[in-house]
Each structure stands twice: as C-alpha cells, then as structure tokens.
Design a binder for this molecule. Sequence first.
Ligand code: PGA
Length: 250
Amino acid sequence: MRKPLIAGNWKMYKTPRESLSFLDAFLPLVVRHNRDELALFPPMTSLGYVLDACARSNVSVGAQNMHWLNEGPYTGQTSPTMLSSIGCSHVLLGHSELRLYFGETDERVNLKLKAAIKHNFSPIVCVGESEADRNAGKTEQTLRSQICTALRGVSAEEADRLVVAYEPVWAIGTGSTANPHVAAEAHGLIRHELGRCCNQALAGKTRILYGGSVKPENISALMQQEEIDGVLVGGASLDPQSFSKIVHYT
Ligand code: PGA
C-alpha cells in the first residue's frame, strides 16, 4: 500500500556536466522501473539541468533545502517559488548535515514544511538521533521531539504527501548501516509519533525511508523490513551502477 521511494541525495557533489553524464548512464538502467518511486536531489547548480534531463523519465527531482519565505534579503538562500518555477517537485528538509554544520533547527524545519505544503512540494523531512543520544538512551525522546516540532500546526490533510527519512547521524557517511531491525524499530516509533501528532490514517500511509550508508550490499535486508518504505542514499547514489543496483533490489 505504501509504494517504496528510492531517493539519491548528491549533497555537495557533481558539476552540471558530471550530473548529466551520471544521467546518461543511469536513466537507461532504470527505464520503465515502476515498482518503486525514484527521486534525485542534486546540488543547486545542477538542479535545472537534471530537471530538464529527467523531464520525460520516471525520476523525480528535488532540492536539498529551501527557505520558507518567497523572497527577501537572505543571501545564499533559495525560495519555494524559485524552486517551483523551475519545475522542482520534491524538497529535502532538516537533513542532519544542515542541523550539524549550519544550525538547522526543528522550528525552522516546521516553517519550511509549512511552506513546502503551501507550494505543493513533496517534502522529505529528515530526522535521526546522534550517537551520543543513542548511547544515552535518548533515541526515542529525540525522534519524538523532531517529529512533533516539525509537524506543529500541520493537519493530517496537509501532510498528505509527507515522507519522513530516518537517518541516524552515526550511520551517515560512516559505512556502518543501522541493523535492519534497529532501523525498523525506530521507524515504528516514528510512525507511532505521526499517529499521536496527526492521526492514525496519516501514520498508516506515510512513507518512512531509511538513510545512512545504504549500499547495494545491504539494501535487500533493509527493504525486507515491513516498516522500511524506501531509502535515502548519499554516497552510493553518486555512481550510476551502484545506484541502479540499489533501485533493482530483490
Ligand atoms: P550516506 O548519506 O548514504 O552517504 O550515508 C545518506 C544521507 O545523508 O542522506
């Protein structure tokens, strides 16, 4: 009932030329693949090129971040209207690297989520505990507060297209993926929280992706978990062969 979503987050990698050569190799490898939804999140300078190249394909394209206002004196920021004007359909919000290095807060994620809904984007809200949180037994508390603050003032109807990505900070870019059972447990917790903050219908239909060192070698075990509705892939989405192996998991 929840169609899996396989998303690639390119972070600060690839020039426009490199992005297009990735697509030359990747799009033929996934043509007609419709078991899962596919999405790519290139860096801002590649976004327009990737949107054009993916226009008639089965791959959706989104931005890695956005401001919540439509315009203003905010150097370096990109607004929802700017993104929708170039045909962007998805947006990542609250990625842990933004939280860690650029002071992203749950309150801002909430403002951005509301703006994304207003502009009809499909938002992917990233949550996840740090290693210190996990070791201190605070995983549940952290995930609960990230979800509830992000969804403050958002109704279940408005959150219709919401996707949540569970990305434990200790698993991102480290090569050590969460054990699929540990990930599934966290997904269960997030789903429970969605039910408490919005309602059960939303909790039942919202896709929760796992992210953190997803590779061709571990995708199958992750996707076997009923609670895992797809993946958000960083490093392994940069290479067309490895990302296509992830897409074709069995
Ligand atoms: P990774 O990144 O797959 O390189 O661990 C995942 C992410 O940050 O979205």
